[in-house]
Design a protein around this ligand. Structure first.
Ligand code: MN
Length: 261
């Protein structure tokens, strides 16, 4: 079946964007509903990635046009060479291993990535950076970053580097963001730079130093995309980059141009 035609007659390619899930014994593979809704709203086909064997996930990544690294519990500090300084919340060694591999491969391949909350921490550790293990313990005078999901309005302002892509998406140098974390990026990894900060100096967003379509935010745009232009814009930027990549790869991918017989 031929695909829909865009202006100029070229085929419109719906990008496939993978989203990492978490795993909880007894409950299975889990993902907050907002990730799927936000990708649907931005026009991508969402594909849920379970916590599975990293080598097999690598094969799945090869079929994707973009990747969302989702929120969740703490990464084992051993992955950035530190002993645990505070209690590690919701440790999940298999998820750490799987997502760190996906993040490293995505960075190597220039795959479009939106990394959210735990996701920006995974992205940073994958690039060799490290984390503040517990903001209340290690950042004197910190603003409150850990609100409960049901606390409506829980969040803080961020200051945004005016030269960043994030500033273009935000339409300025300030944005109000929600906040549901107790860890944060400390030293950015190779090729990444901080582009947003809370008033206490805690890093709230990372971008690559080059032009790769990668963005990491410490807040949760999937919980506010319906009413917040920046949150919606983050997903739209991911999906635009994924769509461009899908268009370039369309003729080469098995089952792409011409479809399956
Ligand atoms: Mn915060």
């Amino acid at each position: 079946m031929p695909g829909p035609k865009g202006r100029g007659g070229s085929a419109v390619v719906t990008p496939v964007v993978g989203v990492t899930c978490t795993f909880r014994q007894g409950d299975g593979h889990l993902l907050g509903a907002g990730y799927v809704s936000a990708l649907e709203a931005a026009g991508a086909a969402p594909l849920l990635l379970p916590v599975a064997e990293p080598a097999l996930l690598e094969a799945a990544l090869g079929r994707l046009d973009g990747l969302v690294l989702s929120g969740g519990g703490d990464i084992d500090p051993a992955h950035f060479g530190q002993p645990p300084r505070a209690e590690v919340c919701f440790p999940n060694p298999r998820r750490d291993e799987a997502e760190l591999r996906l993040a490293r491969l995505a960075l190597e391949r220039g795959l479009p990535v939106l990394a959210i909350c735990r996701g920006v921490q995974v992205l940073n550790v994958a690039a060799g950076g490290d984390l503040i293990q517990d903001i209340p313990l290690l950042v004197p005078g910190a603003v409150r970053h850990l609100f409960k999901p049901e606390e409506s309005g829980g969040g803080h302002w961020v200051r945004i580097d005016p030269r960043s892509r994030l500033a273009r998406l935000a339409g300025g140098e300030r944005a109000w963001v929600n906040s549901f974390h107790h860890q944060a990026v400390d030293r950015p990894g190779r090729g990444l730079r901080a582009v947003a900060w809370a008033e206490d100096g805690v890093i709230e967003a990372l971008e690559p130093e080059g032009e790769a379509p990668v963005m990491g935010v410490q807040w949760h745009p999937e919980r506010m995309f319906e009413r917040d232009p920046l949150a919606a814009g983050l997903f739209r930027a991911l999906v635009e980059a994924a769509s461009a990549r899908a268009g370039r790869a369309g003729g080469l991918r098995p089952g792409g141009a011409g479809g399956r017989g």
